[in-house]
Write a protein that binds this ligand. Structure first.
Ligand SMILES: NC(=O)c1ccc[n+]([C@@H]2O[C@H](COP(=O)([O-])OP(=O)(O)OC[C@H]3O[C@@H](n4cnc5c(N)ncnc54)[C@H](O)[C@@H]3O)[C@@H](O)[C@H]2O)c1
Length: 373
């Protein structure tokens, strides 16, 4: 099996490469983007030993076209991933995520032997605010309105009635509220459209919030668990946006790597979209209390009333399609995952909060981080 992985030097990529069988031939193409790779400017020795590593942007087709020949499966992980940042560095997100995917598909189209399958890591961001119910029917929110948010009305309402969030199913309507989400939807559509026309199988995974050891701590645009952990362990105080009751589905990185591996080796045709999450909603308030608990720290919570424009209120995956396809689903519990994460975290150099403060100031300046009245 020859497996070609874009973005393989990133957080999820490292875990994936590690769990692939030793008889698999692996090629990685990764630009080692400096926003993500703060502590290294080259591939890690572990990756150089295991794979043919090409340091290149996926838009630079000549850098990797010949190395892709003979690949059985292409795993496309390379992306810019900061939701907040995507709201002002718009063309950067279009260039890397959309044009990058287009360029990758052009390289595939020129191969002498086409791959059997393309696997994409898309995101739950394509759902946007998601689906809700008033008890009788499924309703979609167009996104929360600014006036409501400014007056501290955080939930989703229909004619004054508060709606309950539904676990997201893959066939619910996509409706991204961020540029990042839009680019992930375009990646999905580019790949499914191209693959169907070329008779290539594909798997699109919509990942929820992935966390775990080795997530870059110095990238202030992603990884909420890293940010909370450093604030809790160093300052004993954390700011929660809105009222802290927004929910997310936190999925442990090893579970994501195992899902990717299952898709790479899946024998039958797939050509479908599949959620990858834990299937459990956790509020950010519960999350920070859990982190403080596992770290053995006292915690002061600062409810600042600030909110990010484009943030969604609730997210949880419906995992039934995953179970139908792969039969097995035994997600790592958040408690178990946090124990492993904190063990790793305490072995790292303490984080300076300068970059985080700067990124929030930048968002405030651009009116993407506001305060309710
Ligand atoms: N981590 C999450 O919570 C999460 C959630 C949903 C979806 N995803 C998706 O999973 C994938 C991997 O995410 P991750 O958390 O490992 O991110 P990451 O930033 O750690 O890894 C992405 C890798 O892609 C590389 N890269 C970026 N642009 C590139 C380009 N133009 N050419 C070549 N390489 C490039 C970066 O150097 C990096 O190594 C992404 O597609 C992301 O959208 C991640």
């Amino acid at each position: 099996m020859k497996i070609f992985v874009t973005g393989g030097a990133g957080f999820i990529g490292k875990w994936l490469i590690r769990c692939l069988p030793t008889d698999a031939e692996i090629v990685i193409v990764d630009s080692i983007d400096e926003q993500v790779h703060k502590s290294q400017s080259e591939f890690a020795p572990e990756q150089l030993e295991r794979a043919l590593c090409i340091k290149a942007d996926i838009r630079d087709q000549d850098a990797y076209a010949s190395a892709m020949e003979g690949s059985d499966v292409i795993v496309h992980l390379a992306s810019q991933t900061g939701t907040g940042q995507s709201m002002y560095e718009i063309s950067k997100y279009i260039q890397h995520n959309v044009d990058g995917t287009a360029k990758l598909l052009e390289v595939i189209s020129k191969l002498l032997h086409k791959p059997r399958r393309i696997v994409l890591t898309s995101s739950r961001a394509v759902y946007g605010e998601g689906a809700f119910t008033n008890g009788s029917s499924v309703q979609y929110s167009k996104g929360r309105n600014l006036e409501d948010l400014q007056s501290g009305k955080w939930e989703i309402y229909d004619n004054g009635q508060e709606l309950s969030p539904l676990p997201m199913k893959e066939d619910y309507l996509p409706n991204p509220t961020s540029i990042y989400g839009l680019t992930k939807l375009w990646q999905e559509q580019l790949i499914s459209n191209y693959a169907q026309n070329q008779n290539i199988d594909y798997t699109i995974f919509r990942l929820q919030n992935v966390y775990g050891p080795e997530q870059e701590l110095r990238n202030p645009y992603t990884g909420i668990i890293g940010i909370f952990t450093s604030l809790i362990t160093q300052k004993g105080e954390v700011e929660l946006f809105e009222d802290g009751k927004m929910t997310r589905d936190f999925v442990y990185v090893k579970d994501v790597a195992m899902a990717l591996k299952a898709a790479i080796y899946y024998q039958n045709d797939l050509s479908t979209i599949i959620n990858v999450g834990s299937g459990k909603a956790t509020s950010l308030l519960e999350l920070v209390n859990l982190i403080a608990n596992v770290a053995g720290k006292d915690l002061k919570i600062n409810y600042s009333g600030r909110f990010r424009v484009g943030d969604i209120r609730h997210a949880v995956a419906d995992m039934s399609r995953y179970v139908d396809v792969f039969s097995e689903f035994q997600p790592t519990s958040l408690e178990e995952g946090m124990v492993s994460y904190l063990k790793w975290y305490f072995e790292q150099d303490p984080l300076s909060h300068g970059a985080l403060i700067e990124s929030l100031a930048e968002m405030e300046k651009k009116k993407l981080l506001l305060t309710s009245k």
